[in-house]
Design a protein around this ligand. Sequence first.
Ligand code: KIV
Length: 290
Amino acid sequence: MSEKKSTSERKKVTTLALRQKKARGEVVTMLTAYDYATALAIDRAGIDTILVGDSLGMVVLGYENTLPVTMDDMIHHCRAVARGAQYALLIGDMPFMSYQASVEEAVRNAGRFLQEGGMDAVKLEGGRERLEAIKAIVQAGIPVQGHLGLTPQSVHQLGGFRAQGKSAEAAKRLVEDAEILQQAGCFSLVLESIPARLGRLVSERLEIPTIGIGAGVGCDGQVLVTHDLLGLFDRFTPRFVKKYAHLHREMAQAISAYKSEVESRTFPAEEHSVDMDDEEWQLLVKEIGE
Ligand code: KIV
């Protein structure tokens, strides 16, 4: 008997689907993931796109910033995410120095995200200075998401993790960069930590969807680092983060409860233990002369 296919059957999200969402005035949802279990949960929740962000350097690997993250780190985590997510559009974040040194290296590294990491697209940071790399990656058939505003890989150049585009001059440059990236073939653009009215202005000027993180409600979509949203990363909380849970606190409570139950011998209880037939036990006792 052939199964009737429902018209509302869930489909894999594509870059085109994101653009169509923008055209229909629908909001795009995006979250980061670095492992199988989180990717599965995000995918089951119906989030449109998952970014394997180089933020993993800070929230998973414990570095001060994202600069030490390598291509091999990224590919390792991309593969885990790709095993967990079936429907979301998967975007791999190109780490520091994987696309800056030469256009050729940029294309090769972007290719690794699709070939080895199981990603559908890549993201990279920067404006006009990345034009040639972006064009070459797009020409190789790899969808590229741009990233403007606070670009964490330039933390030392920017003088810290601080909001960008606050002067008319900086905002004008950002608007120009956004248009250059769209022209270069980017399918979408992340806008991080910029004034909300600038986020709205850029979103209105572009045909491709903008995804904001600290860029206001006027963006076409929103992204958060999942560890921030879940309250799993306790070192600091950027102003633009909303914590929807406090899992670090809950994790600490659970670990303390485990410790005290082990120390008081209330864990493991009978239901966590395996029993043995009396007959077999008696045989053993006889055998070893207890
Ligand atoms: O690395 C990351 O998680 C990101 C998001 C903050 C957009 O770039």
